[in-house]
Design a protein around this ligand. Structure first.
Ligand code: HSE
Length: 446
């Protein structure tokens, strides 16, 4: 067997530590799979004197990122810095130095992936990013290789562990939002800036990547519709249950075909938002920090990919899988590399990403109304004028001393722009106070 290949890590935090542990713990098995050993020889860490739960004797530690990226004996760089500025510069530097790169940085790929892949292709090196979506779940491999025979219709995923953990704890234990968020941070699930988790940005980064891999389009993070879970109340969670649903933060990417006066138009929806999912659906039962991606493709039909979406060993597992892929390609020198975005660069399509106003959806609507004659009839009238049909409706007895009640409606499918018009009109009614809460609903069938 050849000498072990040397790897440098930028960022020896939770995921970096998990990666080192896996490489040491499963060293023999990994070498048998890769055809060659894989060792971390250099790493850049914030605190050099920190004690780690794994052996760092053979790792040359430095506080200088450039020292790792410019190290001649290192063949592969693992980028675990997070953020998109320094991470982008160092990734491009590593590529320019002829090094292969493995990254878990979804923001980096979603925002700068097009540039990074072009640089890598020019330089003849590989950039692998399995850990960037779904933690340890091999969803990128599945979309890129396992489903290569299929035309993908849509993907729908729970791809942010922190928000799924929060929604699960709120529903199961009636816990407070902020209290659960703190626990997710302590457990190492949350991003450095946790607003990325709860505002849907992290999920939108990951969905951007899934959309490109599914439909062969360039990465276009700026066009993704992004809405987080911060407005979800305990009341919504309770109503969802009563109506036979659960609220999940879903990332949905869907290929749409519409017949208009101009002919057949195609486009792609890329949207992250809280979603009512039928309670018995498999996705509704993905709990805690677990992630899952449901793929609807034309030949296989539905397939579901489930597993730990965050954490040191789960994410480390995906990083090591990428290392093994790179080492295999180098060892066999087959030249048979899977394209970064699943489709050959020359085969990428220019299908447009559709604005959220173009989607069709069913909706859960919750509003606060004065408990007096005619308000519900006015609401129903506005919905009917906008061609919105009601599937279910709930109104609770007002609590003692309260002149206001919650009205909850589930609608049939309608164009989002029509729903916008109806909601704006309802909010103008004298008998309605505050804003109407709207959560989109997906049946997740064919
Ligand atoms: N903050 C992310 C999550 C980590 O909660 O899913 C994994 O990408």
């Amino acid at each position: 067997m050849l000498n072990p290949i040397k790897v440098g890590i930028l960022g020896l935090g939770t995921v970096g530590g998990g990666t080192v542990h896996i490489l040491q713990h499963n060293a023999e098995e990994i070498a048998r799979r890769a055809g060659r050993g894989i060792v971390v020889s250099h790493a850049c860490a914030k605190e050099l004197n920190k004690t780690h739960p794994y052996n760092t004797d053979s790792i040359q530690l430095t506080s200088q990122l450039a020292e790792v990226v410019n190290q001649p004996e290192v063949d592969i760089i693992i980028e675990l810095l997070g953020g998109t500025t320094v991470a982008r510069e160092l990734t491009l530097q590593a590529i320019a130095n002829g090094k292969h790169v493995v990254t878990a940085n979804k923001a980096l790929i979603a925002k700068h992936g097009n540039e990074i892949f072009a640089a890598a292709e020019k330089q003849g090196v590989m950039v692998a990013f399995e850990a960037s979506v779904g933690g340890g779940i091999p969803i990128i491999k599945a979309l890129r290789e396992g489903l290569a025979a299929n035309k993908i219709k849509w993907v729908a995923g729970i791809i942010n562990g922190t928000s799924n953990f929060i929604l699960t704890e709120m529903r199961n234990k009636g816990r407070e939002f902020s209290d659960v968020l703190k626990e997710a941070q302590t457990l190492g699930y949350a991003e450095q800036d946790p607003t990325f988790d709860i505002e849907g940005i992290d999920a939108a980064h990951k969905l951007t990547i899934l959309a490109s891999l599914s439909f062969g389009i360039p990465l276009q993070f700026e066009k993704a519709y992004t809405e987080g879970i911060t407005k979800i109340t305990a009341e919504d969670v309770g109503y969802a249950d009563e109506l036979g649903y659960r609220i999940k933060l879903l990332g949905i990417a869907k290929r749409i075909q519409k017949t208009t006066a101009q002919g057949v138009e195609e486009g792609i929806e890329v949207r992250v938002h809280p979603t009512f999912v039928p309670r018995r659906h498999l996705l509704a039962n993905v709990e805690g920090v677990m992630n899952a991606v449901l793929v609807q493709s034309d030949m296989l039909g539905q397939s579901l990919y489930y597993g730990a979406g965050a954490g040191a060993l789960a994410t480390g597992s995906a990083i090591v899988a990428d290392l093994v892929d790179i080492v295999r390609a180098l060892t066999t020198d087959s030249g048979n590399r899977v394209p970064h975005l699943a489709f050959q660069p020359s085969g990428l399509s220019d299908l447009p990403i559709l604005p959220i106003s173009e989607i069709n959806s069913a909706y859960y609507l919750r509003m606060t109304a004065l408990d007096r004659v005619g308000v519900l009839a006015q609401v129903a009238g506005i919905l009917s004028q906008n061609g919105i049909s009601i599937e279910a409706i709930r109104q609770k007895e007002p609590t003692a001393g309260n002149a206001r009640v919650s009205i909850v409606l589930v609608t049939h499918k309608v164009a989002e722009k029509q729903a916008d018009k109806a909601i704006a009109a309802i909010e103008q009614l004298e008998g309605i106070s505050g804003q109407v809460m709207r959560i989109r609903l997906e049946s997740l069938e064919g």
